[in-house]
Design a protein around this ligand. Sequence first.
Ligand SMILES: [Cu+2]
Length: 82
Amino acid sequence: MASGTEIHSEEMTTMATATIMVKGMTCSGCVHAVTRALQAIDGVQKADVDLAGERATVTYDANQISVETLKQAIEEVGYDTL
Ligand SMILES: [Cu+2]
């Protein structure tokens, strides 16, 4: 997989989906921590964290927050993002 972050905007809505690579997760506890950190952000509608794939797929309101906000939240709980 070549890219770190992909953004797909949908027509007629401000909802966007970002796939963020997350490094350093080793168990389901890590997945839980990252998922909770993302879901705690205002504007995040849905967060799916994939341990094996080392990525988080987040659906969020692009009017409210950006991918940088999502990455910061992940880094704040101790994981690296790409
Ligand atoms: Cu863990």
